[in-house]
Design a protein around this ligand. Structure first.
Ligand code: BTN
Length: 338
């Protein structure tokens, strides 16, 4: 596992973040070395050294005596400083960002951070995962530089039975982030799949550590196939999976998408913790293609068939079974029946 050079621990903005914030704010006008030096309280030579390092990471930064420094382009890399500089202030989600070049699973790292009592809100991204995991013990294909593979640590004051709320809040936040950034309207398949034209483009894996009546912490793992080429999916996956780029017909800026999604997540996490989950549930229901459909759900050894009627207040799916009973389903493998 290797951390990017710009990985950022919690706390104050780093020099790189401040430089990127200033360059972005200045736009085509540029910002002078003297001004940057003053902002960072360092010498102009030190600013120059930081600029050189950013260039080595792939930032195209023009320098001329008139305008000073100007950001021409940013690399297609997830860098903690870069994401932080675009994100700006957040309440909880994303106030501590860490990016790894490669790891087994971002959720493994967050698990270790959780056990080390790191505060909630830390987000761990990886460019690639060697053992990315999906729901129901499935493997999650996580090729380098092609997606958003990240996990968030949350410590909500909720009961374990209410954990589904966070999965649902994440799904709505993802849908809004994708809409804002890629202009694509995603459908939600209960409880955690995001679909475009019937194919899966993103998934959520919520894992929790809990006592009987209290969540200790919750790890929300998110995988979004952003720039994965159609031919990069295994033949198995190809029929069921797609990417944002394949649907939008153009590659997308992963860092911009990460920012849009984190902002939406921070907002929706606040709605959950403020007791406004009903707003999220309404939004979720409007996007959900599962409601009203005949479904077959496998929960362990059990198979439930019926019609998906509604979402319960805690995020469980209410299914009217073929025998006329109303069943609450909190998880499982769901198939829409034709
Ligand atoms: C699913 O739909 O089955 C859930 C997929 C979740 C994948 C993400 S990628 C980042 C995080 N780390 C993992 O190992 N899994 C989640």
């Amino acid at each position: 596992m290797s951390q990017h050079p710009s990985s950022r621990p919690a706390g104050a903005l780093t020099a790189d973040t401040e430089i990127l914030v200033a360059l972005r704010a200045a736009g085509s006008g540029g910002v002078s070395g003297a001004e940057l030096a003053q902002r960072l309280r360092v010498t102009r030579a030190a600013v120059w050294a930081r600029i050189q390092e950013l260039r080595q990471l792939g930032y195209d930064i023009a320098a001329n005596p008139h305008d000073g420094y100007r950001l021409v382009s940013a690399p297609d890399l997830l860098l903690a400083d870069d994401i932080a500089s675009r994100l700006g202030p957040v309440r909880v989600v994303g106030r501590d960002l860490r990016v790894f070049r490669e790891t087994t699973s971002t959720s493994d790292i967050v698990e270790r951070l959780a056990q080390a009592n790191v505060p909630e809100g830390v987000v761990v991204f990886a460019e690639a995962q060697t053992r990315g995991r999906g729901r129901l013990g499935r493997h999650w294909h996580s090729p380098a530089g092609k997606g958003l593979w990240f996990s968030v640590l949350l410590r909500p004051r909720l009961r374990p039975a209410e954990a589904t709320r966070l999965t649902i809040a994440t799904a709505t936040a993802l849908a809004r982030g994708i809409q804002a950034q890629a202009g694509l309207t995603v459908a939600i398949k209960w409880p955690n799949d995001l679909l475009l034209r019937g194919r899966k483009v993103a998934g959520i894996l919520t894992e929790l550590s809990a006592e009987l009546d209290r969540i200790k912490y919750l790890i929300v793992g998110v995988g979004v196939d952003v720039n994965v080429g159609a031919q990069e999916f295994s033949p198995d996956l190809r029929r069921h999976a797609t990417s944002l780029a394949a649907e939008a017909g153009r590659p997308l800026d992963r860092a911009e998408l990460a920012v849009a999604v984190l902002r939406a997540l921070d907002h929706d996490y606040q709605r959950v913790t403020d007791g406004r989950f009903d707003e999220i549930a309404d939004e979720w229901a409007a996007r959900c293609t599962t409601l009203g459909q005949p479904v077959a759900i496998t929960v362990g050894e059990r198979r439930i068939r019926g019609r998906a009627e509604a979402l319960d207040t805690d995020g469980a799916l209410l299914v009217r079974t073929e025998h006329g009973h109303l069943e609450r389903v909190i998880g499982g493998d769901i198939r829409l029946e034709k």
